[in-house]
Design a protein around this ligand. Structure first.
Ligand code: ZN
Length: 148
């Protein structure tokens, strides 16, 4: 199971997430609330995810779940910004008032991304050209940064 701890995040990401979450709660009191679903993910967990056939989600954002959405991730172990500690990426979902996770409402992701992106230096997966990944945020330029 990948870490969900904000403490495993690169400081800029932890700052951006915390600030966006607080602003969301203040300005969207009746909407589902964001939470972290993944920060650091080990190499073994990344491999398992890569080999997972489908998550039944519309990963490319074309409005339907089809062959193009087959892979949960294109990243093998060590190719994902989640595979380093501190993690260079985090994923979010939302919890409704009954405590259920919400993935299907794209406006939640789109609106939350606007808050996260107020902090510069972060790239949103919803802006990826291939395999759009709306729950995903990463440090811009992470691939060129020191890793452990
Ligand atoms: Zn991610």
């Amino acid at each position: 199971m990948a870490s969900r701890s904000i403490n495993d995040l690169h400081p800029l990401l932890a700052y951006a997430y915390g600030k966006a979450e607080m602003e969301w709660k203040l300005t969207n009191p009746k909407r589902p609330v964001p939470y972290l679903t993944a920060t650091f993910r080990s190499m073994a967990e990344q491999t398992a995810l890569y080999n997972q056939p489908t998550d039944k989600r519309d990963n490319d954002g074309d409005g339907k779940v089809d062959e193009a959405d087959e892979r949960v991730t294109n990243a093998k172990a060590g190719q994902s910004p989640h595979n380093f500690n501190p993690s260079y990426a985090f994923d979010v979902a939302f919890l409704d008032s009954k405590g259920n996770s919400v993935w299907s409402d794209l406006t939640l992701f789109n609106d939350f991304a606007k808050l996260v992106l107020k902090t510069s230096g972060i790239t949103w997966g919803g802006n990826f050209l291939t395999l759009k990944d709306r729950p995903h945020f990463e440090l811009t330029g992470w691939a060129g940064m020191p890793k452990k």
